[in-house]
Design a protein around this ligand. Structure first.
Ligand code: HEC
Length: 118
């Protein structure tokens, strides 16, 4: 491969390597969440509209596990990131049975998407 072609590939790859949040890409990642989360209403999991900045386990009508209810955390970027990496590691005893998103960019993007749900 020519050196210039390699350089072009590296440059083209840069946007993916950064952790800039991309809500549009996050919407696609959210397909994995929709098995359990419906926008605007409770399902297997709670309604996630307005979740960013909210105290964990406080969405009005949803029946949370005690683990989440008593966690005392607020869903800021950092807490959402570690939660989405491994829910049962973050809050042992949670009933969100999701293995987690391994890719940090996927997590950042889906958090950006959650911020658009108002
Ligand atoms: C297998 C079903 C399932 C999947 C898939 C799932 N969740 Fe959940 N989620 C739950 C359940 C159940 C809870 C409630 C947990 C509890 O009460 O212990 C929850 C809780 C949450 C909470 C905390 C809400 C609050 O009000 O405190 C967030 C945030 C969340 N999920 C985000 C996501 C995102 C983002 C994805 C996709 C990357 C996802 N979940 C995928 C079932 C799921």
């Amino acid at each position: 491969m020519h050196r210039w072609a390699l350089a072009a590939l590296i440059v083209a790859g840069l946007p993916n390597a950064s952790f800039a949040q991309d809500a549009e890409a996050g919407k696609t990642v959210f397909h994995k969440c929709q098995v359990c989360h419906q926008i605007g209403k409770d399902a297997v999991g709670p309604n996630l509209v307005g979740v960013v900045g909210r105290k964990a386990g406080t969405e009005g009508t949803y029946n949370y596990s005690n683990a989440v209810k008593n966690s005392g955390i607020t869903w800021d970027d950092a807490n959402l990131d570690s939660w989405l990496q491994g829910p049962s590691k973050k809050i042992p005893g949670t009933k969100m049975l999701f293995p987690g998103l391994k890719d940090a960019t996927d997590r950042a993007n889906v958090i950006a998407y959650l911020k658009t749900l108002k």
